[in-house]
Design a protein around this ligand. Structure first.
Ligand code: GDP
Ligand code: MG
Length: 782
C-alpha cells in the first residue's frame, strides 16, 4: 500500500520512496526515507493535502504525491533499536582548566581578522530570533516556514570585528528553492570563518540532517540547540557532552527567544573561528552499517575525486557524498574525465546493489542512521509537548473538516472589521484632529506674520492637505500589519496554506501562494519578496503577477475619500465590494494565465506545519515601529516631494507666473495629453488624471493630489459625480501598482515583466472602469 491509503490515526513504516527528481530528493531530505515511521494526522477539509507526523514534526503532502510512497501499516511506532557507534572524540571544551584549545591543535587567525559567521538552520528554527539577539537588530520574525527570504548581515554586539549573516532556512545542502540556493552559495563560496548551525531541539532528528552535511564541509562550526525552554518544560533533556563527542563540535543549548545561553554560544563561536578549529568528526558512515556498502562507496569516491575537489575548492567529503547522492551541480564543478566518471558510476552501482537502495535513498539513510544513534545516545525525548497538544486541539477547529473554512472567513472578517471599523478609525480620528489643529495654528501664524501668498498656499494646500491627509491613514495601515503579523507569528498562516491548497490548485497555484496574497492586502512590496519561498519559477511568476489584485492598504485613503463623499450610506458595502472585485478579477486573470502563459502543474505541497506559538510582544512591537517609521518616511519623502512638485506645476504656467485658475497651469497642459485615453471611461478630467499619475509614486498620493487640485472649486465633491467616483474607485483598485512595488517586481522578475505588469494592470483597470461606467448608466447612476 501507499501513504495515500492510510486512515487518520494509522501508523506505518515507509518501505520505498517513489517519484523522481528534485521532489523525491526533497522528500528524502525531509526525512521521508525507507524505514521511517509515519502517522497520518488528518486530511485537509477538502481531503487534500494530507498532514503526516514523522520524526516528531508535522509535514504536509498532497494525495497524489503520497501515492508515490510505499509503506506497511504497523500497530505502534516503537523506535528500532539503533546500533550506537562506539566512538568518542573529545572536542576541546571552552575554558576548561583555563585552556582555550588543545595545545598544538590551534591554527589561530592573525590578530584583527574580521570574522564572518553564517547562521544556518532549518526554516522556522529561530535563526532570525537569534540574529536579532546577537546583533540587537530587529528583523522580521515569523512562525511560518520561509520568512527570511534574503540574507542579512549584522555586527555582533560586543564584538565589533565580527559580522554574522542571517540566511534563509534550508533543510539540506541540495537546493530545492531559490532561497535555498542563497544559503548554499553563501556557505560554499563566501567561506565564512565559522558556521553557527541552529538546531530546533523539538524536531531534532530532522534538524540534524542538515548538521550532518554542514559537518562534512570541515568549516569550524558550533551547534546551537534552540528552543531548549520548550524541550525542558516538557521533560526532555540533552546530554550535551556526549553529543559534542559524537558530533565533534561544540554544542550549546540556548533559547533564542528568552536570550538564554546566547552569550556562551557566541564565546564558543568566536573561539572556534579564531583558532579555526574544524569539526573533529566527519565520518558518519558506519563500517558495519547495513554491511558497510555505503561506507566503502563513500571512501572509494573520496579517494577518486580528492584532487578534483581540491582544484574546485569544494571540501572532499562533502563533494563525495553529494555526487553519490546525485548532485549534478557539484559533479559538474569537479570536472571528472570520462574514466573517472565511469569508475564513479561503477562504484555507485555496486553500492546500490549491495545496499538494496538507490543512491539518493542510500545517502539519506546513512545520515539518518547516524542521527538515530546520536539521539538514542544523547537525547531524552520530551513527553508530548504541551505546545503540541495545544496545537492539535486548536487544529481540530482551525483545520477541521467542517470548521476550517468558516473559521478562516471569520478570522479574516474580524481582522478587517477591527482594522477598518474599530481600532483604525478611532486612532485616525485622533490623528486627523491633531493635524487639523496644527494646520489652523500654522495658518493663523502665517496670516499674522504676513507671509508671502505663494508660501501660504504651499504650506496649506501642499503640505497639510497633501502629507497631512495621507498621514492620518497611518493608524489603519499599521493596524492591518499588526493583525497580519500576529496571524503569521502564531502559526495560523501556515494552516491557511494547508486548508486552501486544493482551492488554489484550481486556479493553478499551490497553498503556499496564499501567504504572498495575504501579505498583499498589507503591501505589495513584502508580498512580492515573500514569493521567493515558492519552489518553482512558474508559481513564483504567477503569484507575483497576481498580488496587485489584492487591494493594498495604501489604496484605502482613496476608497474612504470617495465613499465618504459619494456613497456615505453604503460605505462598508462599497469597500467590501472593491476588495471582492479585486479578488475575483485576480482569479479570472489566474485562470487566463493558467491557460496561456503558465501552462503546467503547480509545485508539490511539501511543507512543515509548525506548532502554534504565542506571538512575542517584542517582535510585534518592532514590526509596528518599523511600519510606522517606514510610513512616516514615505509621507515625508516621496509624497511630500510629489505634492510640492504638483503644487508647483498646478500653480504656475509655462512662463512661471502664478496662475489664478489651474486650468491654465503647466499641469493641465501635460495631463491633457492623456485625456483622450481616459475620456471613454469617464475619467477625462485632467485633475483626476494628474491624481492617478501621482498615485504611481504612492497610492496615498491620489487623495492628497485631488485635495490640492480641487481646492479652488470647493473640493472634489462639488465637481465629481457618483458615476465618475465609481469609475475612479475601480480604476484605482486595479491600475498599476506604485513605483516601489514595480521596482520590487523588477528585482524579482526583470524589467520586461515589470513593464508588462504596468501595462497589463492599466489595461485591465481601463476595461473594468468601462464596465462600471456602462453598468452604472444602466442602473441610473449619474
Ligand atoms: P527562522 O525562520 O529560523 O528565522 O525562525 P524565527 O526566528 O522566525 O522563529 C520562528 C518561531 O520560533 C517564532 O515564532 C519564534 O518566536 C519562535 N522561537 C524562536 N526561538 C525560540 C525559543 O528559543 N523558544 C521558543 N519557545 N520559541 C522560539
Ligand atoms: Mg528567519
Amino acid at each position: 500500500m501507499t501513504l495515500k491509503d492510510m486512515q487518520p490515526g494509522q501508523s506505518a513504516r515507509i518501505t520505498a520512496v517513489g517519484g523522481e527528481g528534485a521532489l523525491r530528493q526533497h522528500f528524502l531530505d525531509m526525512g521521508v526515507i525507507p524505514g521511517a515511521g509515519i502517522t497520518l494526522v488528518k486530511l485537509a477539509p477538502m481531503k487534500d493535502p494530507m498532514e503526516f507526523r514523522l520524526h516528531g514534526y508535522e509535514l504536509t503532502l498532497r494525495v497524489a504525491d503520497a501515492a508515490h510512497i510505499e509503506a506497511e501499516l504497523v500497530d505502534t511506532l516503537e523506535p528500532k533499536n539503533p546500533k550506537v557507534h562506539e566512538k568518542t572524540v573529545h572536542h576541546p571544551g571552552l575554558g576548561e582548566e583555563g585552556k582555550y584549545h588543545l595545545p598544538g591543535s590551534g591554527n589561530p587567525l592573525p590578530e584583527g581578522t574580521k570574522l564572518r559567521f553564517a547562521l544556518v538552520g532549518n526554516q522556522n528554527s529561530g535563526k532570525t530570533t537569534l540574529f536579532n539577539q546577537l546583533t540587537g537588530s530587529n528583523q522580521h520574525v515569523g512562525n511560518f516556514p520561509g520568512v527570511t527570504v534574503d540574507r542579512k548581515d549584522g555586527v555582533i554586539r560586543g564584538y565589533s570585528n565580527a559580522t554574522i549573516t542571517d540566511l534563509p532556512g534550508i533543510y539540506s545542502m541540495s537546493p530545492y528553492t531559490k532561497e535555498e540556493i542563497v544559503s548554499r552559495d553563501f556557505v560554499l563560496k563566501e567561506k565564512p570563518h565559522c558556521i553557527v548551525n541552529i538546531v530546533d531541539v523539538t524536531s531534532i532528528d530532522r534538524s540534524l540532517y542538515l548538521t550532518m552535511q554542514l559537518l562534512e564541509l570541515g568549516i569550524p562550526m558550533v551547534v546551537a540547540l534552540n528552543m531548549m525552554d520548550e524541550m525542558k518544560s516538557n521533560g526532555g533533556s540533552v546530554d550535551i557532552n556526549s553529543m559534542e563527542a559524537m558530533l565533534g563540535v561544540p554544542v550549546v543549548p540556548i533559547s533564542a527567544a528568552k536570550n538564554q545561553g546566547v552569550d556562551e554560544l557566541i564565546e564558543h563561536a568566536m573561539h572556534v573561528a579564531m583558532f579555526q578549529e574544524g569539526p573533529l568528526e566527519q565520518d558518519f558512515c558506519g563500517p558495519d552499517d547495513n554491511g558497510g556498502a555505503v561506507h566503502r562507496c563513500l571512501h572509494a569516491v573520496i579517494h577518486l575525486i580528492d584532487d578534483h575537489a581540491k582544484t574546485a575548492g569544494i571540501p572532499v567529503r562533502f563533494a563525495a557524498s553529494k555526487i553519490i547522492g546525485g548532485d549534478m551541480l557539484i559533479l559538474d564543478q569537479l570536472k571528472l574525465d570520462t574514466n573517472e566518471q565511469e569508475l564513479l558510476d561503477h562504484i555507485v552501482i555496486q553500492m546500490e546493489n549491495e545496499r538494496g537502495l538507490d543512491r539518493h535513498a542510500a545517502i539519506a539513510d546513512m545520515r539518518y542512521a547516524y542521527i538515530t544513534s546520536v539521539t538514542a545516545n544523547c537525547v531524552t525525548k520530551p513527553h508530548e509537548s504541551e505546545e503540541h497538544i495545544r496545537s492539535q486541539k486548536l487544529d481540530k477547529v482551525l483545520t477541521g473538516r467542517f470548521t476550517a473554512i468558516p473559521m478562516f472567513i471569520l478570522i479574516m472578517g474580524l481582522v478587517f472589521f477591527l482594522t477598518f471599523f474599530l481600532i483604525g478609525p478611532f486612532l485616525q480620528d485622533l490623528l486627523a484632529t491633531g493635524i487639523g489643529a496644527l494646520q489652523e495654528l500654522v495658518g493663523k501664524a502665517m496670516v499674522a506674520g504676513n507671509v508671502n501668498h505663494a508660501v501660504q498656499s504651499l504650506v496649506n494646500e501642499g503640505i497639510f492637505e497633501g502629507v497631512g491627509s495621507v498621514l492620518s491613514f497611518m493608524p489603519i495601515i499599521v493596524t492591518m500589519f499588526l493583525f497580519l503579523s500576529l496571524l503569521e507569528d502564531s502559526g495560523y498562516i501556515a494552516r491557511v496554506a494547508f486548508v486552501m491548497d486544493k482551492i488554489l490548485r484550481k486556479i493553478g497555484l499551490s497553498g503556499r501562494s496564499i501567504v504572498p496574497m495575504l501579505i498583499g492586502f498589507g503591501c505589495t512590496v513584502p508580498a512580492v519578496m515573500s514569493t521567493r519561498t515558492l519552489p518553482s519559477e512558474r508559481d513564483r511568476k504567477m503569484t507575483i503577477l497576481l498580488t496587485p489584485f489584492m487591494s493594498c492598504t495604501a489604496k484605502l485613503p482613496i476608497y474612504s475619500f470617495f465613499v465618504t463623499f459619494f456613497f456615505p450610506k453604503a460605505g462598508w458595502l462599497v469597500i467590501t465590494a472593491l476588495y471582492l472585485i479585486g479578488i475575483i478579477t485576480g482569479i479570472l486573470v489566474a485562470l487566463i494565465f493558467r491557460k496561456t502563459l503558465f501552462k503546467g502543474e503547480p509545485v508539490p505541497f511539501v511543507m512543515e506545519l509548525p506548532n502554534y506559538r504565542m506571538p512575542q510582544m517584542k517582535n510585534v512591537r518592532h514590526l509596528l515601529w518599523d511600519k510606522t517609521k517606514d510610513f512616516i518616511h514615505r509621507a515625508f519623502s516621496v509624497i511630500l516631494l510629489a505634492t510640492i512638485v504638483v503644487w508647483f506645476l498646478k500653480s504656475f504656467d509655462f512662463h512661471f507666473n502664478m496662475v489664478t485658475s489651474s486650468h491654465d497651469s503647466i499641469l493641465a497642459t501635460i495631463a491633457g495629453l492623456l485625456v483622450p485615453v481616459m475620456r471613454p471611461i469617464g475619467l477625462g478630467d485632467w485633475r483626476l488624471i494628474t491624481s492617478l499619475v501621482s498615485g504611481f509614486l504612492a497610492k496615498e498620493g491620489v487623495v492628497s493630489m485631488m485635495g490640492i487640485l480641487f481646492a479652488s472649486e470647493g473640493g472634489a465633491a462639488a465637481v465629481v459625480t457618483p458615476l465618475v467616483a465609481a469609475g475612479m474607485l475601480v480604476f484605482s483598485l486595479i491600475y498599476t501598482p506604485c513605483v516601489a512595488a514595480v521596482a520590487s517586481v523588477r528585482r524579482e522578475l526583470g524589467r520586461g515583466w515589470a513593464i508588462s505588469m504596468v501595462v497589463w494592470q492599466c489595461s485591465v483597470a481601463w476595461i473594468l472602469a468601462l464596465v462600471v461606467r456602462l453598468v452604472g448608466r444602466l442602473v441610473g447612476l449619474a
